[in-house]
Design a protein around this ligand. Sequence first.
Ligand SMILES: Cc1cc2nc3c(=O)[nH]c(=O)nc-3n(C[C@H](O)[C@H](O)[C@H](O)COP(=O)(O)OP(=O)(O)OC[C@H]3O[C@@H](n4cnc5c(N)ncnc54)[C@H](O)[C@@H]3O)c2cc1C
Length: 715
Amino acid sequence: MKAPKLILIAVIAMLIGAFFYFGYSDFLTLHELKTHQAAIEARIAAQPVATAFVYALIYVLVTALSLPGAAVMTLAGGALFGLLWGTVIVSFASTIGAALAFLAARFLFRDVVKGRFGSAIRTIDAGIDRDGPFYLFTLRLIPLFPFFMINLVMGLTAIRLSTFYWVSQVGMLAGTLVYVNAGTQLAGIESLSDILSPGLLGSFALLGLFPLLTKKIVEHIQARKVFADWPKPAHFDNNIVVIGAGSGGLVTAYIASAVKAKVTLVEKHKMGGDCLNTGCVPSKALIRSAKWLAQHRRAEEFGIRQSSADFDFADVMARVKSVIEKVEPHDSIERYTELGVEVVTGEAKIISPWEVRVETAEGSKTLTTRAIVIAAGARPFVPPIPGIDSIEPLTSDNLWNLRELPKRLLVLGGGPIGCELAQCFARLGSLVTLVEMAPRLLAREDPEASEAVMASFRQDGVDLRLEHTAKEFIIDNGEKILIAEYDGNTVRIPFDQVLVAIGRAANIEDYGVEALGIALSPRKTIATDPFQATNYPNIYAVGDVAGPYQFTHVAAHQAWYAAVNALFGTFKKFRTDYSVIPWSTFTDPEVARVGLNEQEAEQQNIPYEVVTYGIDELDRAIADGEAHGFVKVLTEPGKDKILGVTIVGEHAGDLLAEYVLAMKHGIGLNKILGTIHIYPTLAEANKYAAGAWKRAHAPVSVLNWLRRYHSWRRG
Ligand SMILES: Cc1cc2nc3c(=O)[nH]c(=O)nc-3n(C[C@H](O)[C@H](O)[C@H](O)COP(=O)(O)OP(=O)(O)OC[C@H]3O[C@@H](n4cnc5c(N)ncnc54)[C@H](O)[C@@H]3O)c2cc1C
């Protein structure tokens, strides 16, 4: 603890000690007050302003130091200054004292509590941000909650001082009035408990709950207000209509049908959405072929003198297509129909909160439904760079139709999709130039993760152009050229084809979102509450169209919440749990992460300890010729609590699963270390990282004693 904090603790301790040591606590009793009332009144008559000032000062001190006696002081306020002035003085003095106690608690302990109970405090802070003033008001009004405790506990939360001050002053006013008024008839009071009858306590409790209840009722009315313009059908054909049969829509429909709801799934294009047709599946199939080629080039490393690889890019793409075809049945109309889902091929449009019109090849039909789940996905964002239309850019949507390998491929964007595809094409034989505005690839990951990927890209021959900003596309003498800006200079980068991979835009147009006024987030995705509901309580959104993550497994995760809340929300609603979200970028090496990395912990001011295990030391990785990468674990300082893990290396995405499970179920590194891992596997890296953490936390003094003990045993 730093010196200013120690000094403050010492001052507070001295003042509290003095209060008890010199017997001031005996003065702040009802009996003493009655005994000295006449003398004090005489003093007030002589010096009213000065006495009021001294009284207020003592009041502030008593409350700021959380000393017992505030109730008696309040009675004294009434007895000495009357109802009006007593209330005014007590109201300000008690609130100022409360604010000082609040500030002291915050200054001394907020960091410690944040460090120790980081995730719990973050949840509380989020709640305080939402409902803090209401809760504080309730606590202040109900005199059952001790005054000093509220000051100290609130100091540990993120509530603003100004909010704390005014809510406290207003919230305590009723109680202050009751006590000050009682003080005006001091002679009749025999004990403090005489002041608050059970009836009065009950009224306070009701008063305290009133604002919270009002807030909830207002929220409910506001939520229902959006329905005002839309006549509600008397009968519904469906419990849920799902728009889009990608990862989010399929899982929503699956869950709804599993619990016997009537669900219709509408898809305008291909079942399986992006993941199956243009995303995860084809990209991973292409990565496999590219990786095979890269490994084959390393033949000598593995003791193979000669190896040749003759291939045609069109065959590689044919394999990609065949992989899609093999997975297709999992997402097919037949499978979902068998599961009890009604699948409609056609374009859906929401025409009211309870009606979806579908344009099919056979004509249009209107489905009525109690709830709608929007799972309309996203599409590649093509930036309005001058000249981009004239060069027919490739995106992750149309890339899969290529049958001829681009000679010189320019990849725009160093995020996960750009990186995965850039490396693939380089390994397949394209001359790849990757243009990225940021100073490194995969900028969300820690610098050493980016560094590992960039080193591998350089080995694969990718021309990395970092800190380059694309300005214009031109065609010069029949050659396509990107004009970019780098370090204040203009750079010309010639290419044959360009792949744009700079992000994905949510599909929010042309199916009723604007017409109904479904609210959007600042990122132009559909805004959802913690239950996946939009501003229409019966319309939900999941997956890429809603964000904040754009992964298949997150779309599926959200789908569970949307389906369950849509069907059973009347009884119980579930908040989407984003506490443990893993992901992986399938470059070589893979970069997999769950929870915080170092740069995020620093940005969010979250204290952490870090331990890193280098996979270059791992037996299996050495045997496989893949001895590179690392497991990096962030933990709460001094505690066996995992805050986040980054793994870089071969099969990092698979290795991460153990840590995902651990974080989800509150398992620490001690337990991972105590779990048998098969030798020799890559998974042992997880155990060794836990071992490195354990060594860093070895109980040094115990070990010193053990050394002495063994030495004594040896004689
Ligand atoms: C190249 C690439 C690689 C990727 N790799 C991975 C990966 O390795 N791992 C991972 O987790 N994620 C990956 N992703 C992301 C993943 O594909 C998406 O997060 C996921 O597909 C989102 O699912 P979704 O259900 O939200 O949307 P989508 O899969 O896009 O499905 C939306 C569906 O809605 C339909 N639709 C839209 N509007 C209407 C309408 N009005 N009526 C009827 N139907 C409509 C569309 O036709 C589409 O089929 C990758 C993405 C890309 C582009």
